[in-house]
Design a protein around this ligand. Structure first.
Ligand code: NAP
Length: 340
């Protein structure tokens, strides 16, 4: 096992972005690393998972999440390797996952970590078996109630959460329509994830194409975006449709996060039901959802799509690229390789 490094580098918030974040919004702090005390463990971070909620928390607006403070470490799920300290099954060399943030070395309590079993590819612990897969599973299971033959529409269909919602809909026997921002993404959603169709919302004929892709209307809308694209989907809802609100990437990324849906009339006209979903409200469902996703991964019924970026310094740019639609699936930034 490696010696304990003398210093840790970590990204903290310097200024709040107006819309998308860039390098200038963050500063790198260099802090000494001390041997672990009080039963804590030292973890070397190998890869970090980027998510739109990080941009949401960089800004300060009324929301269910707490904004990062200026000077606060940017939080996120990571995979790391224990380099010092021991507690039960947690010992040097073991891989763990937890919310340790954009830093190279973390001191963490075993209670905040989970051991990563090597039955699965490492990155699955940040995708299918973590927030993206479990959010899609819980939202669909608890509120989507997918039925064979129904039509499902999913925004950010080649995104981290959306790609799992697409696959869960296909497994349930639904007619699945993806919506994404490039032709390449649409091809992957259709050809690799099994959607019946995937439409590019930047296509000037998007509205017409969506209407002809779902002649019987959309029974279930898994919305990660809000805004104008969701308004177009509302024009195509079936009677008594369900709208599952899972994310607000569109308004989060804008300078006006308080503005969102406009086309409320169609919700009323179709007597649609809206379910707002936050995974934080269902901790008791987490283990069940993870077991189900593990089985789907083992049986190769579900797959992850991801973009890997290398280097600690590139984390802010990778976040910006992900938010602006340049990445496919989950963006994971690799800070190092595990040591045997
Ligand atoms: N409710 C919960 O418990 C929960 C849990 C996890 C995540 N979420 C939320 O779910 C959403 C998706 O998260 P994720 O991690 O899966 O992110 P993601 O979809 O992988 O990444 C964001 C994607 O959004 C699209 N996008 C960005 N700005 C857009 C705009 N203005 N208009 C249209 N599309 C835009 C881009 O894809 P295109 O190329 O398609 O434009 C981009 O790749 C986020 O809002 C996140 O906060 C909620």
């Amino acid at each position: 096992m490696t010696n304990i490094p003398s210093h840790n580098r970590r990204f903290v918030l310097k200024t709040r972005p107006a819309e998308l974040p860039s390098n200038e919004n963050f500063s790198i702090e260099r802090l000494p690393v001390f041997p672990p005390t009080d039963g804590n463990l030292l973890v070397r971070i190998l890869c970090v998972a980027l998510s739109p909620w990080q941009n949401q928390r960089l800004k300060d607006f009324k929301n269910y999440t707490k904004p990062f403070e200026i000077g606060e470490l940017i939080d996120c799920d990571v995979i790391g390797q224990i380099i010092s300290g021991e507690a039960g099954d947690f010992c040097p060399g073991k891989l763990v996952t937890g919310r340790l943030g954009w830093q190279e070395i973390a001191s963490a309590s075993p209670a905040d970590l989970q051991l990563v079993s090597n039955d699965f590819e490492e990155t699955l612990w940040l995708t299918a078996l973590s927030s993206p897969g479990l959010t899609a599973y819980c939202a669909m299971d608890l509120f989507g109630r997918p039925m064979p033959g129904q039509t499902l529409a999913v925004t950010s269909a080649a995104g981290s959460v959306g790609s799992f919602a697409i696959q869960l809909g296909v497994i349930a026997g639904m007619r699945v329509i993806g919506i994404a921002g490039t032709k390449e993404k649409c091809d992957i959603v259709r050809d690799e994830l099994g959607a019946h169709a995937c439409l590019n919302y930047k296509d000037p004929l998007f509205s017409e194409k969506l209407a002809s892709a779902c002649p019987g209307g959309i029974d279930l809308f898994f919305d990660t975006l809000g805004g104008e694209i969701a308004d177009t989907v509302f024009d195509n809802l079936a009677k008594y449709a369900t709208v599952l609100i899972v994310g607000r990437t569109n308004s989060n990324n804008s300078g006006t996060p308080h503005l969102d849906y406009v086309n409320m009339r169609q919700l009323w006209a179709k007597e649609a039901r809206i379910h707002c979903f936050s995974r934080y409200s269902y901790p008791e469902r987490w283990a069940f959802a993870r077991e189900k996703m593990m089985t789907l991964c083992r049986d190769v019924k579900i797959k992850e799509i991801k973009t890997i970026v290398h280097g600690f310094e590139n984390t802010p740019t990778a976040l910006r690229d992900m938010l602006s639609g340049k990445a496919l699936g989950k963006t994971i930034v690799k800070y190092g390789e595990s040591e045997r």
